[in-house]
Ligand binder design. Structure first.
Ligand code: GSH
Length: 223
C-alpha cells in the first residue's frame, strides 16, 4: 500500500506532482499532510524522507523521495504514464528533467500560493526568459508531439503534465500573459478534476505564511 506524504496544498508545489499523477491514474494511496514553509532544512521531516522534504512516497514503509523519482517509480508499473511513442517519450523525459532542475527565476519570483489571484506585473528579463521557455516547451509538445488521445502536452495525460502542474498555477495566480496555444493548455490543466480537488482543499487550509502572502501587494493586488 502507498502512503504519500505531502505539504500544505496551498503552498507545496512539489507535492502536487505525485499527488496529481496518482489521482489521474487512479492509484490508491493514503494521504498524509505535513506543514511546510519553504525551509532549507526541516528536521521534522527526516524520519519521513531521506532528503527531509516532501513529497515522499512510502511503499509498505519503503521511502521514495524527489518528485521525479516518485513519478519514474510509479511509471515502471504504469507505463502509460509516459507517451507511447519513443521520441515523444524522450521529449517528455527531457522537459520533465528540465522542470525538475530549472526555472529557478520564475519559481522564486512567483511562489505557489493558491489563495492569491493577482493583477500581475511586468516580469524581469530573467523571469521572462523562464516564462518564454515554458511557453516554448508547451507549444512544441502540443503542436509537434500531442496525439489525439487528449488535450494534454503529449495528448494523453503523462508525467510531464504532472511535473508542469505547479507552473500552471503560478502563471495563473500571477496573471502571466501566454501565447494562445500555451494559454489553452494552461486552461485545460486548470480544469482537470484533480487540480480542482487540490485547489478546493487548499482554499480550506488555515496555515498562512506572511513570506508568500506579502506578494499580493507586489503583484498589484487581487484581480
Ligand atoms: N526536489 C524536491 C523538492 C522538494 C521540496 O523542496 N519540498 C519542500 C516543500 S514544497 C519541503 O519539503 N520543504 C520543507 C519545509 O519547508 O519545511 C522534489 O522534487 O521533491
Amino acid at each position: 500500500m502507498f502512503d504519500l506524504y505531502i505539504g500544505n496544498k496551498n503552498y507545496s508545489s512539489w507535492s502536487l506532482r505525485p499527488w496529481l499523477l496518482m489521482k489521474h491514474f487512479g492509484i490508491p494511496f493514503n494521504e498524509h499532510m505535513v506543514s511546510v514553509a519553504g525551509r532549507d532544512y526541516n528536521a521534522a521531516l527526516k524520519p519521513l524522507a531521506g532528503n527531509a522534504r516532501v513529497p515522499c512516497l512510502h511503499e509498505d514503509g519503503f521511502q521514495i523521495w524527489e518528485s521525479i523519482a516518485i513519478a519514474e517509480t510509479l511509471a515502471e508499473r504504469h507505463p502509460a504514464m509516459w507517451p507511447a511513442d519513443a521520441r515523444a517519450r524522450a521529449r517528455a523525459r527531457s522537459i520533465s528533467a528540465e522542470m525538475h532542475a530549472g526555472f529557478t527565476q520564475l519559481r522564486t519570483a512567483m511562489p505557489m500560493n493558491l489563495k492569491l489571484k493577482l493583477k500581475g506585473k511586468p516580469a524581469t528579463p530573467e523571469v521572462q526568459r523562464d516564462i518564454d521557455r515554458v511557453s516554448e516547451i508547451w507549444i512544441e509538445a502540443r503542436t509537434q508531439f500531442a496525439t489525439a488521445d487528449g488535450p494534454y502536452l503529449f495528448g494523453a495525460f503523462s508525467v510531464a503534465d504532472a511535473m508542469y502542474a505547479p507552473l500552471v498555477w503560478r502563471l495563473h495566480i500571477y496573471n502571466v500573459a501566454l501565447p494562445t496555444v500555451a494559454a489553452a493548455y494552461r486552461d485545460t490543466m486548470l480544469a482537470h478534476p484533480a487540480m480542482l480537488e487540490w485547489y478546493a482543499a487548499a482554499l480550506k487550509e488555515t496555515e498562512a505564511h506572511a513570506h508568500y502572502d506579502r506578494l499580493a501587494d507586489e503583484y498589484g493586488g487581487w484581480r
